[in-house]
Design a protein around this ligand. Sequence first.
Ligand code: PCA
Length: 213
Amino acid sequence: MRVLLSGFAPFGGSELNPSWEAVRRLDGIQATDTVELFATKLPVSYREAADRLFASARVICPDVIIAVGQAGGRKAITPELYATNMSDSENADNEGVVLSGQRILEDGPQHYGSSLPVHDIVVSLTELGIPAELSENAGSFVCNHVFYKLMHELQKSGKPIVGGFIHVPFLPEQITVDDAPSLDIDLLTEAIRRTAIISANAFSQINDLSKSI
Ligand code: PCA
């Protein structure tokens, strides 16, 4: 099984983005006998990010797509439960675009749920001692935009691809304020590797089930 992981370029004055730092370390890795990992870097651009993810997916032909992004200030790895049909942030993307109160797809549903095994991911990471929590808020900036478009595309394609979005905390070197939460790169990378394996297992269970009924 093939798992495509995406991470974002740095934004908002940071020199790095933990999402890309983690997934780039996993690119080309054989995570188990049957699970191969691939990584792609997305620009922090409303206009381009989702299309770049879809372009990589056309090349890699993954069974699972896990988009990862930075959520500075969070203390845990947070699988997102759903994407919302709204872009609304006072922050400009890396192309200088600011969107306020704009629906992502005019006639799209208000929400799309993740199809990653989000509960299993949180349980398994917690067992490993890695802080993990479910999130009901993917924000309304570029991450939510990519997540929404990804789930829309997967639904439209009718392909049995499992997909979703995970936000991750800052890396220690991004922290400027005492006591601000962060996660070490090795733990973060291991968390994403585990998440990929759990999600690939979920994909094969869904497929086995659909073959048996
Ligand atoms: N985080 C931002 C965009 C890119 C990233 O890594 C977000 O949460 O929307």
